[in-house]
Design a protein around this ligand. Sequence first.
Ligand code: ADP
Length: 495
Amino acid sequence: MATKTAERPRTIKPPKVKDQPLFIGGKWQDSVSGKTFATTNPATGETICQVAEGDKADIELAVVAARKAFEQGPWGTMSARDRGVLVNRLADLIEENQEELAALESLDNGKPLRDSLAIDVPASVKCYRYYAGWADKIHGKTIPVDGPFFCYTRHEPLGVVGQIIPWNFPLLMQAWKWGPALATGCTIVLKPAEQTPLTALRVAALAQEAGIPDGVVNVVPGFGPTAGAALSGHKDVDKIAFTGEHTTGQIIMEAAARSNLKRVSLELGGKSPNVVFADADLDAAVDGAYFGLFFNQGQCCCAGSRLFVEDKVYDQVVEKLLKKAKSQKVGDPFDPETTQGPQVSQEQCDRVMGFIESGKKEGAKLLTGGKRVGERGYFIEPTVFTDVKDEMKIAREEIFGPVMNILRFKDVDEVIRRGNQTCFGLAAAVWTKDISKAHRLANGLRAGTVWINCYDVFDPAAPFGGFKMSGFGRELGEYALELYTEVKTVYVNLQ
Ligand code: ADP
């Protein structure tokens, strides 16, 4: 991800999409029940197409296919280097089809096409390439032990992994999950979010075209309490990786514990503090704060949703943010001028509007926005609240929408204390020219990522994940390899 939204792209039309089957064991098939569900264009509320609705029986078929591919197929005997070649080929194919994938992502999710093209697709390609490079570099250690023994460790693929992803970055979350799983030699059953199943299925087709053997990747769209629950509670799934709401994470962890103690990694929500000191480059801070909250229609787990501004520059920063919010173009994701698209669904739109009502009721000052835009689709005005207090609901709960909350603070210790007053710990940011102050905050804030004078900088080589109720396990970087491997210790008697 970059720190600025992309340049104006050339015009691309929304694609026509035919009804979609499931992808299991290298075959495209209907669901066992024959049921389908509609995936919706959030810009219009109209159905894009029907998608086969996976449930327990389909998850069963997918797990059997993934197990077979893990234990009997060519994947298990393929050299690690050749595995890397296939993952690189998948990256190349995604790149070759970038316009189609970006358009599909924008159609299904509502994000501006300029962002899908400049951020989601290239970041996904980079992620696959990064992990392709790891495939033949994953190895254990030789360990000096007492006695006449030679001791070494092997880092073996964990096995069949279940992956459940959300709707806010469908392509990218798939890449974050598939990259390390493929590099380590696991096989995969992916359940995309019911709101956005289209790009996952297209990438599955590209994986097949890249030569990734049948059964290594399986994609079963469906709903959380049915398909998702079947996957997280399956006895023959060795690990579940999940990104989504913390309450869903709790359900998944319980199911994982009860079924077979499968490994679990969770990347959950946040209520990230973004702290602007008076000595910061205020224009840069305002740009970063705006982007850090409103990017992707505010639908980011790491959104800087508590903007703490130092008392001395509070009015100045508020004024600049107001100007910025007013200059946005909310509308059709396929319009190259659009900077903010619709929320992903009616349900999310209603939820965000509920938070706006609560902010007004609890006495925050609505500086701008607060209303829906138009009657078609799920558009909400860029909304800014000032005079927000720590105890208000809008300052405590994850809104996941284009609603900025500005809080006032006076000194470093106070803002560290208040910044940490949350059950979450995904990300934080600080804007200042004072290097000591910046590091005091970086050390003091309990969050998995801290950005200093920037926001939303991501790289596939650098880990990402949460403290506290934002989850555990680190995705991306070398750290993510641990989530997909088991360590085996081997002793050899030398006598
Ligand atoms: P959101 O409310 O933003 O959609 P969720 O955490 O509910 O976030 O959804 C993220 C992913 O988790 C989706 O793929 C969804 O289908 C899945 N999911 C939801 N509920 C469950 C559940 N009970 N078990 C497994 N997966 C679930």
